[in-house]
Design a protein. Sequence first.
Length: 279
Amino acid sequence: MSARAGGATRASSGTPELGMGVFPRALAGKATRRPARTSTEGGKTIHLVRHGRTEMNEYLRENHWADPGFKDPMMIDTRLTREGERQARALAERTSMLEPRPELIVASPLGRALRTAELAFGESGEYADVPRVACALARERVFHGSDIGRVARELRAEHPEWDFTDLGDDEASWWYTPEGRDPFTTAELEPVDVFERRMEAFREWLDARPERTIAVVAHWGVCYSFTGDEFQNCELRTLDFDSEVIAGNGSFKKFDVFLQDNIFGVIARAVVNLKQKLF
């Protein structure tokens, strides 16, 4: 799993605030698009990809999230490593032969997903004619500082071929931040019910798109929620939207005991940490 937001303040109990950007323009504006076809008009296909290996993935390899001394290095919008870029370029061989061919490429606005999409779907020129949209609903659940993003102005300058309309104001944050906290310095665990509602909203957004085949480059949490499986870096699966892409297929509630700041969380993390040392 991605990891515990070590050292960060946890969300308070009770009904959590939705925070900033949980339901961005993409969903609010979906009624202006052409209505989605129903399943009787032919199924929709999703080519789902997890991003390549990142600097934060490497950090977690040496600093396990269950360790009592774990510290969040605050790698804001963590980048792909050389290995991650190699993985994404290798994936391009498969994406060039995808059937059915994607009519739209969607990526999380986090840099690791955008860069993976560019390398896996861009360098060969095979998809030069396919629109590219960054959708904030596709972002990772906030576990660490690495899940804090960058504003649209910065992203647009670095990735000019992408449509960042969904992110709204050029200087606004679009990732989860508790009410009253600084979105650019706060890495507070995104409450599970907030994340799961966002996954439902993301699925609705995909359903509302007129395209029948969509490539989605996202994150461990998104892939797990939709499929119930833990994707490896740059893993790609072709899925039937109606039967295989279901928000909540993978429930985070069983993982969240490991993230709690109480005796149960302490014990659960200790067990995981012991297993890591023994095996």
